[in-house]
Design a protein around this ligand. Structure first.
Ligand code: F6R
Length: 609
């Protein structure tokens, strides 16, 4: 995720900006830049790569000035490059902006500006904001910001510099974090507290729609109508490490809690405002594109492979195309029957997994069309595939994947609806129903995350078990696989997932008194069958923890414990039922004293075979 810093005061801005940006490095970034008001103009310096590259570029020639902004970029629109790095300026260089988030309607705004002969230097959505500021400036910086905010759609935190009004910074936000730090004779802006706590602990958090004018001696906050807003200042008492994790004990927990926002970012620009359809502008598929597709392959490793298993259900049910799911390391060596009538979807959070990349190359060699679903803009799979759809989950730092998985599921569900629409498999009413359900998910996840006490208790009760089994049918089976992987990798408990109907073909022999069995029972069409399987393990005195939909008054008769998820449309249940499984694994790992963010023997990105 991108990082923002801003400074205005009596001291030199550049050293603070670079230092503040280094405190945001843990969030991941691909390029960095600063803009400082120097001798009557704004000097912008930026480059692709690590902060060290920017430091070297500036060595001996540091911008001199007491007001500036800085940015570490995690690419969303346009690959990592010097030009795409922030800050961005309009053509005159008088308005400079840093932006986190996504400007959804940037294409149409850019086209209007291009028609007026504006020249763009980057491929980013953010650059349009600087141009809009220049076009709309009427001698009043604040009023111009408000006017531009009325034109842009999407999510953002933004900080503006204006060469004509060099005594202030203006910042605002929607669906992206922004904090103000208060000093004496100096004030600070940042996307995240770690960037400023070395300078001040007196801060306040900006809320959506608020606009702050920050001078060296004062901060004035108003809404878009000009109504003043008084902010409650608080003292941050986190240490630097806790601040990086946003106050959470581990990155994994932070990322679990980031899922509602990650979901919203995945949806951004893809869900029609009136809720009538899904569109993938970056794919721009037509009915003809699908006329000759006879089969889809979905390929990934680990969690991404599990996401692919859910994706198979989505694409087969909603788009009515046969789907085969493969583990990348198997696919690449199995001489698959694949040709130009196939579409191969490659899933990879990092976009750098060696087996996944090799499988993608193999699919291309055999003539298949290819689509990459990845979280990292400009990553190897993004570059190698014919087309790419980004999950926009933001950087995932914990080794155990959480928000990458749920955003992969969401993206595939939206893709399946998109193809279903294009092929005419989904009528308008059904599409609207699905889109409505999709839009509710972030809030439903939020609800789930509000209520985790029961999971902590189970994790303490069963965290010292040797084995744990996960059972489910249909979509529940795919989620069970992911739940078991989470448990294995961070708590080191032996965890296995089975299609519930497979149990009696061997695994039932392992079910003995006291073994915890997690039974997912969220799928109505196979509910009774799942309950029969639940009874099979109960009859062997296993301890059953069931995951069921709210309103299921039947399940408590059979299970020892029940965890309820919000009631949802069938296809959305995996996005909800995986949450308690992620949290159970997390709290079990804590119970066992494991290093949650860095489990033994594992790396975040597996770039070797
Ligand atoms: C598990 C996990 C791994 C990755 C796998 C693929 O929590 O994170 O199983 O899913 O190594 O990584 P990507 O998605 O980066 O290709």
């Amino acid at each position: 995720m991108c990082g923002i810093v801003g400074y205005i005061g009596d001291k030199q801005a550049a050293p603070f900006l670079l230092d503040g940006m280094s405190k945001l490095e843990y969030r991941g970034y691909d390029s960095a830049g600063i803009a400082v008001f120097e001798k009557g103009r704004i000097r912008v310096e930026k480059c692709v790569g690590r902060l060290e590259a920017l430091r070297q570029k500036l060595s001996g020639n540091m911008p001199a000035g007491t007001m500036g902004i800085g940015h570490t970029r995690w690419a969303t629109h346009g690959r990592p490059s010097d030009r795409n790095a922030h800050p961005h300026a309009d053509s005159s260089g008088e308005f400079v902006v840093v932006h986190n988030g996504i400007i959804e309607n940037y294409m149409s705004l850019k086209e209007e500006l291009l028609a007026k002969n504006h020249v763009f230097l980057s491929e980013t959505d953010s650059e349009v904001v600087a141009h809009l500021m220049a076009v709309n400036y009427n001698g009043d910086f604040e009023e111009t910001v408000k006017k531009v905010l009325g034109m842009i759609e999407g999510s953002y935190s933004l900080v503006f510099l204006c060469a004509k009004e060099p005594d202030k910074l203006i910042c605002t936000k929607k669906d992206n974090p922004l904090v103000i730090g208060l000093g004496t004779g100096e004030n600070f802006i940042a996307s995240d507290i770690p960037a400023i706590i070395a300078k001040t602990r007196r801060t306040f958090i900006m809320n959506d729609g608020e606009i702050a004018t920050v001078t060296k001696d004062a901060v004035w906050v108003q809404d878009i109508k000009g109504t003043p807003i008084s902010k409650k200042v608080f003292e941050v008492n986190w240490n630097a490490e806790a601040a990086e994790k946003g106050g959470f004990e581990h990155f994994m927990l932070k990322e679990i809690y980031e899922q509602p926002k990650a979901m919203r970012d995945t949806m951004t620009g893809r869900v029609a405002h009136d809720g009538s359809r899904i569109d993938f502008e970056e794919l721009n598929w037509t009915k003809e594109d699908f006329a000759d597709i006879s089969k889809i392959f979905i390929i990934g490793c680990g969690t991404a492979y599990h996401a692919g298993m859910v994706g198979k259900y989505y694409l087969e049910q909603l788009a009515r195309v046969p789907v085969e799911v493969d583990i990348a390391s198997e696919f690449r060596y199995r001489n698959p029957i694949i040709d130009s009538s196939c579409l191969t979807i490659i899933i990879s959070q990092s976009g750098e997994t060696s087996d996944t990349l090799a499988a993608l190359k193999e699919a291309r060699r055999l003539g298949s069309r290819t689509l990459a679903i990845t979280n990292v803009v400009g990553s190897s799979v993004a570059r190698e595939a014919d087309q790419v759809a980004y999950t926009h989950a933001g950087p995932e730092i914990a080794v155990a994947s959480t928000k990458a998985y749920t955003t992969q599921l969401l993206l595939m569900l939206m893709l399946a609806v998109y193809v279903g629409q294009i092929k005419g498999n989904l009528n308008d009413d059904r599409t609207r129903e699905l889109v409505t359900a999709i839009k509710q998910v972030p809030e439903q996840i939020h609800q789930l995350l509000e209520n985790v006490e029961q999971l902590k208790v189970f994790a303490t009760q069963y965290g010292n078990s040797e084995d744990v089994f996960y059972l489910g049918r249909s979509l529940d089976y795919a989620v069970a696989l992911e739940g078991a992987l989470k448990m294995k990798e961070i708590s080191y408990i032996h965890a296995e997932a089975y299609a519930a109907g497979e149990l009696k073909h061997g695994t039932l022999a392992l079910i003995v008194e006291g073994v915890p069995v997690i039974v997912l029972a969220t799928q109505n069409d196979v509910y009774d069958k799942t309950i029969s399987n639940l009874q099979e393990v109960k009859a062997r005195d296993a301890v059953v923890i069931a995951i069921a939909q709210e309103g299921d008054s039947n399940i408590a008769k059979y299970a020892d414990h029940v965890i309820f998820i919000p009631r949802a449309e069938k296809y959305l249940t995996p996005l909800l039922s995986v949450l308690p499984l992620q949290l159970l694994a997390y709290y079990a790992a804590l119970t066992r004293g494991c290093d949650v963010d860095k489990p033994r023997n594992l790396a975040k990105s597996v770039t070797v075979e």
